[in-house]
Design a protein around this ligand. Structure first.
Ligand SMILES: Cc1cc2nc3c(=O)[nH]c(=O)nc-3n(C[C@H](O)[C@H](O)[C@H](O)COP(=O)(O)OP(=O)(O)OC[C@H]3O[C@@H](n4cnc5c(N)ncnc54)[C@H](O)[C@@H]3O)c2cc1C
Length: 548
């Protein structure tokens, strides 16, 4: 399946097709605060960034020179650019960030429909407790709305949604937590030592102290019943890891549990894109030049003879040339840089680096497995079947989750969490689909759509006729994301390193002086890990440039 999906290098957007099918009277474009621009296309995006600075092209960069070129405008690359620009005093150093896509954010992006819906590219939440997010982002400006702690769970043969409450964060939910049909009393008692561990240990100790195993074995070591694991932990954690519990690191499990126990999950005003836009704007305000729609094709290292009669070669002061092509054009530009940070995903980094002298052995390095995920968005007139801002998990058991007939893993109504996701009078439903269900349907959108509608109409019988009716619950977007996360368990180079790996080496191979790596594969496969890796690379660049 991973291989099938990896043929699609980027996510596939079908929103436009659905928009064209949408009766014009069904949803009208409305100007609401979360959607800042209507640009006439269903998959339009908007940005608050200064478009003059985030230029698509610039003639002046032929043979241009920079102190730092960052390759990749995801969260990791932007964190690098900000870290360097801040340290060096704004505008003191020339910093260029090159991004191949039309907007910054990488895997944290959103699409904006003409009629006022915001579709994050795959279901994602903003986790307030991430230490790096707290350092780098202005939470007030994001105007975050929190999810309720805990979850609702659809249990098998139970029409009413069950509650999993978190009495540590909402004391008044203690009775609800004890009486919930999800998990036995013994399971609830077994949660106490788990919570004790994640609350009392700091993140680094959780990574260092706890022996690494797979998450399923770890849960079994707490004596949770198989039923509790399959009705709660499996849909919750697999929706985050995008892989079965038996294939996920217990270190990441503790980390995720800590983050969800000490803080809230939230959605920002204007979708997840506004998080990326805030970082992009911050970088620009600090003088970073951002070049969009520009793909780095290769990197060359300039070498010169150290002394006339010596055979040793050392790097020149402007040590690297970054060769950039414009999207869908043959034109190429050379950009010279003293230092370069490769902040793409693992597999792109491996390809870009393998022609650098000394790194040729990367050619024979296997690709790092990537985890894929899908999601379908439905738009419909209010009310929503679940009017609480909370995650809804499929707790019907492994036979009725992530399968052909029962594809849904979890759902959420983003517009209930943050009104900016839908225009007045309408709601948005986001259904998350995992690899097995997608593969069982041969990635066929219509077939998945039909199975999802059938499953949801059984969950919400009072809404069944609307859910089945494509003119009432309108399919707004369908996303398959092949490289959603790098693997985090049992593979060389997997992304489960809190604090990040050394950014001057890739798979044990030392980078040339002045070249560094960032990206979630260098830390943990999370928003926090991407930021952390970017800060690490930024610190390394600062130290490198200060010696020049
Ligand atoms: C659907 C989904 C949901 C998620 N949900 C969560 C969540 O709830 N919480 C959480 O913590 N994490 C979540 N994640 C993971 C998190 O989003 C990622 O770990 C993080 O965004 C990775 O950032 P990055 O900068 O390392 O990589 P990327 O975002 O992949 O950035 C790399 C950038 O490099 C660019 N690029 C690639 N090649 C080139 C080239 N040759 N030239 C120029 N540019 C290039 C790419 O276009 C991209 O913008 C989710 C991921 C997905 C896909």
């Amino acid at each position: 399946m991973a291989m099938m999906l990896s043929r699609r290098r980027l996510l596939i957007l079908y929103s436009l097709a659905y928009q064209l099918l949408l009766p014009s009277s069904a949803f009208t474009a409305s100007s609401h605060p979360g959607c800042r621009l209507h640009c006439g296309k269903a998959t339009a995006r908007t940005t608050c960034m200064n478009s003059a600075a985030a230029a698509e092209t610039s003639s002046k960069d032929d043979e241009a020179y920079y102190d730092l070129v960052v390759i990749g405008g995801g969260i990791g690359g932007m964190a690098t650019a900000i870290t360097v620009a801040k340290h060096q005093q704004p505008h003191a150093k020339k910093i260029l960030l090159i991004e191949s896509e039309p907007s910054v954010g990488g895997r944290v992006r959103s699409d904006f429909t003409d009629d006022g819906f915001i579709l994050d590219r795959g279901f994602a939440v903003f986790i307030e407790a991430y230490p790096q997010s707290q350092q780098m982002l202005d939470y007030d400006a994001l105007r975050l709305n929190k999810f309720l702690p805990g979850a609702r769970v659809k249990l098998r043969n139970k029409e009413k949604l069950a509650a999993v409450s978190d009495p540590f964060r909402r004391r008044r939910d203690i009775i609800k937590a004890i009486t919930s049909p999800v998990g036995s009393l013994r399971d609830k008692a077994n949660l106490l030592p788990l919570f004790f561990t994640v609350i009392t240990k700091d993140i680094q100790s959780l990574f260092d102290d706890e022996a690494e195993t797979d998450t399923l074995s770890c849960l079994r070591s707490y004596n949770f019943s198989e039923e509790f694991i399959s009705s709660f932990f499996a849909p919750f954690l697999e929706g985050i890891y995008l892989t079965p519990l038996s294939k996920q690191s217990s270190k990441m499990f503790y980390f995720v549990m800590k983050m969800f126990t000490v803080g809230s999950a939230a959605l920002p005003m204007g979708g997840m894109q506004s998080v990326s836009d805030q970082l992009g704007q911050k970088a620009q305000d600090l003088g970073v030049e951002i070049k969009l729609n520009s793909r780095v094709l290769s990197i060359q290292q300039h070498l010169r003879q150290e002394e006339q009669h010596s055979t040793s070669m050392i790097a020149k002061d402007d040590a690297f040339s970054v060769i950039v092509g414009k999207r869908e054009q043959d034109e190429q530009r050379h950009i010279n840089a003293k230092s370069v940070v490769v902040a793409t995903d693992y597999n792109v980094a491996r390809n870009l680096l393998q022609d650098i002298p000394g790194l040729e052995s990367l050619k024979s390095l296997p690709k790092l497995s990537q985890r894929s995920v899908g999601c379908i968005y439905y738009a419909f007139q209010s009310p929503a079947p679940l009017e609480e801002p909370i995650l809804l998990l499929n707790g019907e058991g492994h036979e009725r989750r992530n399968t052909k007939e029962f594809p849904v893993n979890n759902i959420c109504f983003p517009s209930i969490v943050h009104k900016s996701y839908a225009p007045d009078g309408y709601e948005l439903c986001c259904v998350s689909l995992l690899e097995n269900a997608i593969s069982e349907h041969d990635e066929d959108q219509a077939s998945l759509d039909m199975a999802v509608r059938k499953q949801l109409s059984a969950w919400f019988p009072g809404f069944a006729s609307d859910i089945i009716d494509e003119s009432k619950w309108v399919t707004k977007g369908f996303y398959l994301i092949s490289n959603a996360q790098p693997t985090q368990f049992n593979e060389e180079g997997c992304a489960n390193v809190h604090g990040g790996r050394d950014c001057d080496a890739f798979q044990g191979l030392a980078m040339p002086d002045g070249m560094f790596l960032a990206g979630d594969h260098m830390a943990t496969a999370t928003f926090n890990g991407a930021l952390e890796s970017g800060v690490n690379a930024g610190d390394a660049v600062n130290s490198f440039l200060s010696k020049k």
